[in-house]
Design a protein around this ligand. Sequence first.
Ligand code: HEC
Ligand code: HEC
Ligand code: HEC
Ligand code: HEC
Length: 486
Amino acid sequence: MGGLSKKAYQLEKIQGLYELPYLAVDGGNLLFKQERVAPGLLQQTKITAEGIIDAYNLMQYDAVAVGRNDLGAGLSFLKEQAARAKFTWLSANLVHKTDKKPIFSASLIRKFGDLTVGIIGLTGDDGKVQFQDNEDAVILPWQDVLPDYIADLSSRCDLLILLSNNTTQQNQKITKSFEDIHLIIQSSPSSKNSAPKLTNKSLIAQTGKQGKYLGWMLIDWQQSRTWGRKGAIKELATKKQELDGINGRISRIERREKEEDLSGNSSYQNLLQSRDRLLSTIIFLENELYDLKKTGNAPSTYENNFIAMDIKLPDQPDVEKIVKKVKQNVNQAGRSNAAKAATTIDNPEMPVEKLVFAGWKVCAQCHQPQTDFWARTNHSSAYQTLVEQEQQFNLDCLPCHVTAEYGATKISDNDSALLSLPSILLQVGCEICHGPGKPHAASQDPNQISRKPAASICLRCHTPERDEEFNYGNDLVRVACPASNR
Ligand code: HEC
Ligand code: HEC
Ligand code: HEC
Ligand code: HEC
């Protein structure tokens, strides 16, 4: 959610730069990371989801498709949120079981001058049931719903956009069946940035997940209602760029040299000749385009951009306020849950005897040099980092900033157990890398403890999202404990 204030800033900037009619849309999977949020995480993730909606309201989004993950806290939660949203949640295939009518809206029409744009939404249908028996909801295959909607919308719209939570494969099939869909913006579960790709008559595009990027397109939509593959427009743009370059070089020479020397400067003369050739090509291409436009046959074109929401980009102040407030509220909710747990059990901390992990102090008894080394790495202060950010009760952060997991071993399936860990586990501790060590601490048997952590251990936390530059080889050296001098 941290990237939202940066995204808002960039959206404002782009609108200001171009002053063209614009649409802000999202392919779905906006609110949650999973299709079913674990009960222990519900309270905190709902607070975050509400904040995302507030931010999208401020950013004046037009439409968001209902992704499967948007139903992560249940259908009724999404319905509540849709009522507060100033944008439209779209899904043509998430329907009532009984009358097969859409639960949200199937489509939306926007008019810009004499251009009419239709937007339709699809929830991912992977054949797996998402709802309980008593819920009046079902996700239909797109084959059942699209024909009617597309027939209707394509007769009324100049440009038709599909926001699809389906996989790329499914969307490719859709382009085969419906030539009237011009642009598909997808939120396929394996989402990565993928630049618009012409598939049959449609472009399919996707921006990576979790708000790491803003994807935007500048579209020049022509009467032909077809995307140009290559042709005059692209060539014209390259030629104009070349011309800019040559003009730059010409004026640099002119600044440097005396005027009377220029006639004898052969590279200068060559540049002038190239400029003349380019100018006539450009005029040629422009004429060709003019003719195409006059006859209504000019292809439509686009320019695509992905902007990484880099930490150094500026923030939009109003959205930044929302993000800060949400983080505070999430932490507060965790804090009061921890306090509640403390009043219901005698010991506010989970008793170590019941846990698989021994805690670093036990290891320190026999491995002082390694402990001293570890204490100087940031792993030992990872929880303290959360405290400084006032995020130490945020269940979204804790799993990677404490000792609670090793391979398949977890402290508890109930994530809220993370809120009452004993203090000797409130670090990225020894057992994060060497595995649960109680049996080894008792036996001192080196075979009962893992010596060298595999890359997969690190990658659980050093994910591309959190640590883009992680490199096992180089980074292991920085945290590898020294050998004992025994
Ligand atoms: C009571 C003493 C004792 C405690 C407590 C103890 N160890 Fe050890 N550990 C040993 C001894 C002895 C060895 C073998 C040393 C040797 O071979 O040089 C060893 C070896 C190791 C090794 C190297 C294993 C190998 O394959 O070479 C690691 C890693 C290790 N311990 C980690 C830990 C961790 C983590 C903890 C805490 C959970 C811990 N130890 C607790 C005594 C202890
Ligand atoms: C998937 C694991 C993971 C989760 C979840 C996670 N972190 Fe981290 N965090 C890391 C890793 C790994 C680093 C070290 C990154 C590096 O060295 O570049 C880190 C570093 C940090 C840092 C210090 C370095 C920096 O880049 O500023 C802060 C602050 C931080 N995390 C806060 C948080 C907060 C707040 C949350 C929850 C909203 C959170 N983290 C959730 C893995 C995680
Ligand atoms: C981030 C991962 C990580 C953490 C956390 C970590 N270690 Fe290590 N440890 C390593 C690596 C890597 C090695 C070197 C293994 C190798 O090269 O064979 C190592 C080696 C060791 C060894 C063997 C030293 C020898 O004699 O060769 C011991 C003992 C040990 N660690 C104990 C600890 C203790 C105790 C802690 C906590 C206070 C700890 N480690 C925390 C990664 C870690
Ligand atoms: C449980 C999650 C977790 C695991 C597993 C983990 N790390 Fe980290 N690592 C973190 C966090 C969180 C930080 C940042 C701590 C902070 O700055 O507060 C970090 C920081 C680091 C740093 C910067 C340390 C420094 O002192 O500047 C390195 C290097 C690193 N990790 C390497 C590794 C390697 C290599 C592994 C695997 C052997 C590994 N980590 C496993 C969570 C983890």
